[in-house]
Each structure stands twice: as structure tokens, then as C-alpha cells.
Design a protein around this ligand. Structure first.
Ligand code: ADP
Length: 251
């Protein structure tokens, strides 16, 4: 990839996008392009706590196994302690209990977060709903929400043609990333399979759920004036637009 770029201001970013739109790919590319950025994933933080057997991990485990969302207070606690242990929040912003207990937003006015470009982050998997977003606003205001949009028909086509090599996680596509030998992994020669959730019917249902749940979240950020939309039919089409806009805003 081309040369890395510098941020001059702290970028606090959220990527919103349908399953299959390539948020993970964009996050990886952003971190390479802007080395001052770090990614914080709510799912990873939770899994880490489960693995270490922390009190929070023990509480969260059953909920996660059932595929439900853990309570907002729990996930907020986790995100805030991660951000503050990285030194990206001022200490006075980290009183989560007071925040959750307070009914009026003016009780907990956000103190200015660090503007050091090294305090830049991309949140992955959080916030998932408007309540989480409002709580976050009062602790550390997000200043860039990117809505990644690819037409559903294109995502569905991609999913239908996606094959994986399960042991390594290598991904192929019978349209644009074909294995050298049809149906076989390039490195090991082992057979490629479909992922369980890569069938079109399941995917349509996931897209619908995403549409319903993301709409209020996007409206929330639209009102705050930090929402921005990027359209593209592939990750390669989206990345340059994303890089350009971040440079314009924070470079
Ligand atoms: P997925 O993309 O499959 O949802 P994640 O790694 O983002 O995977 O999350 C794994 C699990 O962690 C979720 O199913 C949920 O139980 C919990 N979780 C992650 N983020 C949140 C959040 N923001 N709010 C509530 N629960 C969350």
C-alpha cells in the first residue's frame, strides 16, 4: 500500500455498515494508513474478559453464548476502562457509575477529551444502539461516523460466491479472487467450504435486522452533524474515499 499518513487532530471514529460490507477490511487498512489510529473492539474486550475469567467476563459469558447483547452498563464500563487505561480519556470522565445514575445529561458534561492525534481510535461493535451512543457522547464525543454503503444485491452476490479454507480462515471468491485450483486452498490444497452463515436466506435476514437497528443510530449521529456516507461496490472502491476524507478532516 502507498505511504502512511499523519493525523494532526484526534480522530474518534465509528464505522457503521451492513454485515458483509467489509468493515473489518476498512479498519485494517485505516490502521495501516494512519499508524496513530488504534482499533478497539467491544467483542474482543468481552471475549478477553471471558477468557481471563474476570467477574465481568463470568457475568457476560452466558449472554454472549445465547447471542444476545450484554447490558449497556456493562459494555460501557468495559469501553471506558479500556479508553482510559490507554490514556485517551481525562480521569474525570471515567465515572461511569455516576453517569449511569444521572438522569439529566447536564450532570455529566463531557470534559474535553485529549486532542492528541495519538488518542485516535476506531470503535468496532460499539455503540450498537442509541442508548449506548448517548452514554458515549457524554464521556467522549465521537467526531466521525462513517456509514459504509454497498447495494444489498452486490453484498448478496459476494456472499453467494464466497468460499473459505476453514483451518486458516483464507477467503476466496469465485468471481474476483479465485483459487488456483477450483475448490482447493492455494497453500495446502485442502478443500474449500461455505461458511455456515454464508447462505443468501440467512443473510437477507441479517441485512434486514441491520437496517432496522442501524437507522436510529445513524439518525442520532446525523443530528450531531458527524455522520458521513461512503458508497462503493467493493472495499477497493471504498478505501480511497475513506482515506481522502480522513486526511481532509484530521490530516
Ligand atoms: P458479532 O459481530 O458476531 O456480533 P462481536 O464480536 O461484535 O460479534 O460481539 C460478540 C458478542 O459480544 C455479541 O453477540 C454480544 O453478546 C456482545 N457485544 C459486543 N458488543 C456489544 C455491545 N455494544 N452491546 C452489547 N453487547 C455487545
Amino acid at each position: 500500500m502507498s505511504a502512511t499518513k499523519q493525523l494532526r487532530k484526534a480522530a474518534r471514529i465509528i464505522l457503521v455498515g451492513a454485515p458483509g460490507v467489509g468493515k473489518g477490511t476498512q479498519t485494517e487498512r485505516l490502521i495501516k494508513k494512519f499508524p496513530q489510529l488504534s482499533a478497539v473492539s467491544s467483542g474482543d474486550l468481552l471475549r478477553e474478559n471471558v477468557r481471563r475469567g474476570t467477574p465481568l467476563g463470568l457475568k457476560a459469558e452466558a449472554t454472549m453464548k445465547a447471542g444476545s447483547l450484554v447490558p449497556d452498563a456493562m459494555i460501557l464500563q468495559l469501553i471506558v476502562s479500556e479508553l482510559s487505561s490507554q490514556g485517551w480519556l481525562s480521569p474525570s470522565t471515567t465515572n461511569v457509575d455516576a453517569l449511569l445514575a444521572s438522569t439529566f445529561s447536564f450532570v455529566n458534561k463531557p470534559t474535553a477529551p485529549s486532542d492528541d492525534p495519538l488518542s485516535s481510535f476506531i470503535l468496532d461493535g460499539f455503540p450498537r444502539n442509541v442508548n449506548q451512543a448517548s452514554l458515549l457522547d457524554r464521556l467522549v464525543p465521537i467526531n466521525c461516523v462513517v456509514n459504509l454503503v454497498t447495494p444489498p444485491s452486490i453484498i448478496l452476490h459476494r456472499i453467494a460466491n464466497r468460499w473459505i479454507h476453514a483451518p486458516s480462515g483464507r477467503v476466496y471468491n469465485s468471481d474476483f479472487n479465485v483459487p488456483r485450483v477450483p475448490g482447493k486452498d492455494d497453500i495446502t490444497g485442502e478443500p474449500l467450504i461455505k461458511r455456515d452463515d454464508d447462505n443468501v436466506e440467512t443473510f437477507k435476514a441479517r441485512l434486514k435486522t441491520f437496517d432496522e437497528t442501524s437507522r436510529p443510530l445513524l439518525e442520532h449521529y446525523e443530528k450531531m452533524g458527524v455522520l458521513w456516507k461512503i458508497e462503493g461496490n467493493s472495499s477497493d472502491e471504498i478505501s480511497p474515499k475513506l482515506f481522502q476524507e480522513l486526511e481532509k478532516r484530521f490530516g
